[in-house]
Design a binder for this molecule. Sequence first.
Ligand SMILES: Nc1ncnc2c1ncn2[C@@H]1O[C@H](COP(=O)(O)OP(=O)(O)OP(=O)(O)O)[C@@H](O)[C@H]1O
Ligand SMILES: [Mg+2]
Length: 215
Amino acid sequence: MISLKEVSLVYQDHGREVFACRDVDLSVQEGEFVGILGPSGSGKSSLLYLASGLKMPTNGSVLWRERKLSDMSDPERANVRLNEFGFVFQYPFLIGYLTAIENILVALPDRDRRLEAESLLETLGLSDQKDRYPHQMSGGQKQRVCVARALMGSPSVVFADEPTAALDHESGRNVMQLLNQHRGSGALLVVTHDPVMLEGADRIIRMEDGKIFSE
Ligand SMILES: Nc1ncnc2c1ncn2[C@@H]1O[C@H](COP(=O)(O)OP(=O)(O)OP(=O)(O)O)[C@@H](O)[C@H]1O
Ligand SMILES: [Mg+2]
């Protein structure tokens, strides 16, 4: 459902070119759980940004259901991201003056999604946190709020960048189980430093220096 074809992402860093991804080819099938491992700076987050259309490649193309993301208009691409993709960022990203549940609901169209949000928070062990503000929560609690936000509306693809980094082993497993359950016929891409969290993955890819060097 997603394919990357010879994709590169180059950052300009003080006049120097940094290849965050270099000629990456990757196809993710419907229903697939793909784990992504690799050292710090190897391009894992960049790969997720490219696959989800959060960043446009410098070279190559990214296809979502046979259509190039770069051929879509900005609103069209935004719609795909909103309706089809869920993203858990590496660093919890919550609005400080909104409560946990408000953070989950803020980006969604006006339909009443409160029950769905409450049920996800409950599954993630956060019922007691729903009306609290980010500064009142621990890192792991915030991370789980971000997981709940990503799962709203059961997106076709969930991209999760180190979703268990701030969690103890048990909550980490819980989060992974939930991500896995929500996969349905969609796909799940998970970046992690902890291979244990990739139990049940259909495929594990390793990145180094912007390249996928083994599958
Ligand atoms: N905005 C930026 N400007 C310049 N270089 C960047 C930028 N963002 C990332 N990079 C560089 O791109 C490369 C890949 O970064 P990326 O964040 O994708 O790595 P990562 O594998 O996710 O690392 P980590 O495990 O530390 O999160 C690194 O060399 C990084 O320094
Ligand atoms: Mg990263």
